[in-house]
Design a protein around this ligand. Structure first.
Ligand SMILES: C[S@@+](CC[C@H](N)C(=O)[O-])C[C@H]1O[C@@H](n2cnc3c(N)ncnc32)[C@H](O)[C@@H]1O
Length: 217
């Protein structure tokens, strides 16, 4: 599915979020707290925009790897920059040594993992103790009026946009994947079980976007 939608993915993101997705990725990268010279891994990197935010923070002396299991997505990421090592990889079975990065991030990818706990454990494993793990994800707002707006947007408008983009299935999958993803408190508990301490999260965009973060114990 991700190979199929790769060509329209960036445009659809900008249309669906009215361009706000760049700001959310920037906040997620800030929470990774990487400095010049550090190393960072962005899993389920897709077309690479979060990895590129990390590159801006680690600078030319740092190292950023963007990993994904969709070659279609990776091909588009490769066209954007050569400053990131774009590598094929399954987030639930990463090929990197333990403790080999200062931070790991995932943006809008975790809800697609068939085994969320395995994906989170892998992110924690590859980050050194004291390093950071950040999960940027869409979440279901609980309080009106945003909850009404969210339902209308996701259940009606997004599938229609998907039809216009030529892939109705993918953009019907999107709202269903968000609905079954754990809420902020539950996700924080999963991150703690995966091996993070000081887990916290911020909600933004009226409670539609959650950015979880924690430090590897
Ligand atoms: C919605 S896109 C998000 C892309 C990007 N991180 C962003 O911020 O826009 C989800 C991405 O997760 C990838 N993905 C889903 N499950 C994965 C897995 N188990 N291993 C690696 N990549 C995965 C898909 O190929 C896709 O590129």
């Amino acid at each position: 599915m991700f190979d199929r939608i790769a060509g329209v993915y960036d445009v659809m993101n900008s249309v669906m979020t009215v361009g706000m997705h760049h700001r959310w990725r920037s906040r997620a990268a800030d929470l990774a707290r990487v400095s010049p010279g550090d190393s960072a891994l962005d899993v389920a990197t897709g077309t690479g925009d979060l990895a590129l935010e990390l590159v801006r923070r680690v600078g030319p002396g740092g190292r950023v790897v963007g990993s994904d299991f969709s070659e279609g997505m990776l091909d588009l990421a490769r066209e954007k920059s050569t400053a990131v090592r774009w590598e094929w990889g399954n987030a639930q079975d990463l090929k990197y040594d333990s403790d080999s990065f200062d931070a790991a991030t995932v943006g809008f990818g975790a809800r697609n993992f068939s085994d969320l706990d395995a994906g989170l454990r892998e992110m924690v494993r590859v980050v050194r103790p004291g390093g950071r793990v950040v999960v940027l994800e869409i979440t279901t707002p609980q309080k009106p009026p945003l909850s009404f707006f969210f339902r209308a947007w996701f259940d009606t408008i997004v599938p229609r946009l998907g039809r216009l983009a030529g892939d109705p299935d993918a953009y019907t999958y999107l709202p269903s994947s968000v609905r079954r993803f754990p809420g902020p408190r539950e996700l924080a508990a999963s991150l703690a079980s995966a091996g993070l301490r000081d887990v916290g999260w911020i909600l933004t965009a009226g409670g539609i976007i959650a950015i979880h973060h924690g430090t590897v114990a």
